[in-house]
Design a protein. Sequence first.
Length: 732
Amino acid sequence: MKGKMMFLAFALAASVPVPAETPAASAAYAAASGAASELGITADGSRASEAAPPTAPSGEGASASAAPNPAAAAELSPGAALPSPSSDASPPSESPTSNASPSMPVPPSGDLLLYMNSARMEQGSKAYTAARPLAVKAGVSYGSLRSLAERLGFSVAYVPAKKETVVRKAGLEARFTNKSKYYTASGIRTLMKGAAYTDKGVFMVPLTSITAALQIPYTVDQRSHTITLKQAAEPAASFTVQAGDIIAGETRVQYKARASSPSNLQIVQEKWEGRQEVFAEPGIYPVTYQVQDTAGRWSKPYTLSITVTSPNIPPVAMFSTDKKEYRMGEPVVIADESTDEENAITDRQWTGKQAAYFRPGPVTVSLTVTDKHGAAAAFSQEILITDETLYAEDEFNRLFTPVGSNFPIDGTSVKNMELLPFTYDTEPYTLFRSTGPESIREEGVLYQDVIDGPARILLHHKNTTGPKLKIYMLASNPNPRPATLFIESSGMAGPTPYGEIAGQMSLQRYFASIASGSAARELVLAPGETRLLFQEIGQNALSQGDIVTFQGEVASDSAVKYTSLVVKADRDPLTALPSLPFLDPNQSIVRGTFADSTRIFDYAPVVGTTPARIYLSDNNADPFQTGYDGIKGTPATNSGNYGVLYKIVLERVAPHTLLTFNPRGGLFRGSALVNGSVVTFSHLGAASATDQNSVLYRTGAGEESVEIRISPAAGSNLPFCLLLSPLPSVRS
């Protein structure tokens, strides 16, 4: 009875009537139409549609056009395991958990005839036994992948690392996975009509998926209850050429030809059309390759269109100056006029070039340009510096150093400048500072607290665990009513091994988002709901030694619990949260919650007529914040005032005033928002940093109001000063 039921799955009621002896048999009969349709059996039982013929693959670096051919494709990839022999009569187990060594396909000798509801196969007048009979499951016909593929000359291998069964022949490759409804062929993932499964150690795959993935035409004979898998007759040919540009008159083309016979016949002759070892002229050249087997059958033509480019013309280095002679301290205007035929200059190296010169005599300025092909050209020009002075070096620097760039000063002179009285008001932004533990050694909650109203988030952490980690920021609504969050600004930087770079880039993006409003959006939390906040924080994983920094602002209409946490990169932070421990800072680096974290310095008197300074983050005129650790419930001090936003409003800045940044603690990479424009600056070298000034702003011919927003950059040293000084008079 069981055999009849399985047989019914392959029968069509219209052509092969079978009595339904039991309810189970009736169910099998009802599945017959679906199975037959899935195999493509027609209503009259005569034949089924054939699989679409395959197409030839493209060669690397060239476009291909060829007649359809299933074997004209790439060889096995380098390093692929060689097949090992298997028995014709006793196919090996096909379980995806079996040995990873691939099997050697038996040389085929014709079409493969399959019998429905049977393990019997016939090929070349010989009978063979499949590892499992053809079967129907949920209306889908299944066959043994290994048994069918090997009889048709394909190699079959299991890859344990990916849990995939890989079938290959003459460059055609298909990958199947146990319990999956998808297979991948030629890099394309395709849905099957049923999931692959294992039956007594034999890997079973939908029959139509086998034929489609391996590009095997087939027919169905309903009267004899057989399926014929068609074997390609003619040989297959293909070739590739080396990657990269093929240059006319220079490149020797390397042809890698490949040929195979599905009938395992010897290739005895090949034919090329359009092949040249070196193409003399640029253009697109079709090259065709064919092979012939011992039966006299020629493969379909395989054609690649080879693009031959013109030889590279090196770039031309050129520049001009607006004058041939300059006074000492006079701005030198240099115009780069270098050209490249492809507009592909990738590097410019100057020697002797300065914005101005302060010693008399001849000066040689040189420029070397390099294009994307590595070709280079150089040009030099001599200018003369006279013994007349227009500006002294310090005067020139103050007048002409670009915004964001540095010029040298005497760092000790800063102490002699007038100290503007730093008295400030505050805005009610509560700082959520998650910076301890700075070095992360395990998964857990980094910091957590409940904040009602505007909040500023500061994160700065380093992965020292080894495995890849991700840091996330979560927001939870503890209220019985919905809570609305208003995201105002966002600045994410890293992962990077360099903490000072992460700190600088975070501030640069934070200020840019304030200026543009690009981060603004709303987020509504249902009662009891927890969601990711600032999803960009967890976008990239931290490798060992990597650092991330984030600074951003969010406001809420009710109390919200904020949580920063770290988990391994493959874990879901929301599901992991309930089981994570609270981490102890274990370092002098502080974490905590600090109220009133925006300090506003609004100064009305005229400034800039004499040198003056504003001293920030010194714990004297600008005291460090005090707050508490929301996890431990202990007092906390915001050493350095990291995360504090300073709004410096100078209502009356005199005409021709220079405003600069001067680090007082050493190395500093920072950013500021000056009258709505982001200015980024760097001071490297702890010993010399205090002797450098970064230009922030210059006022023009009239009195101006200047607003500077600045925050201590994570990873940099403190304190720092803002300096104001009168500019030298402009001379012609």
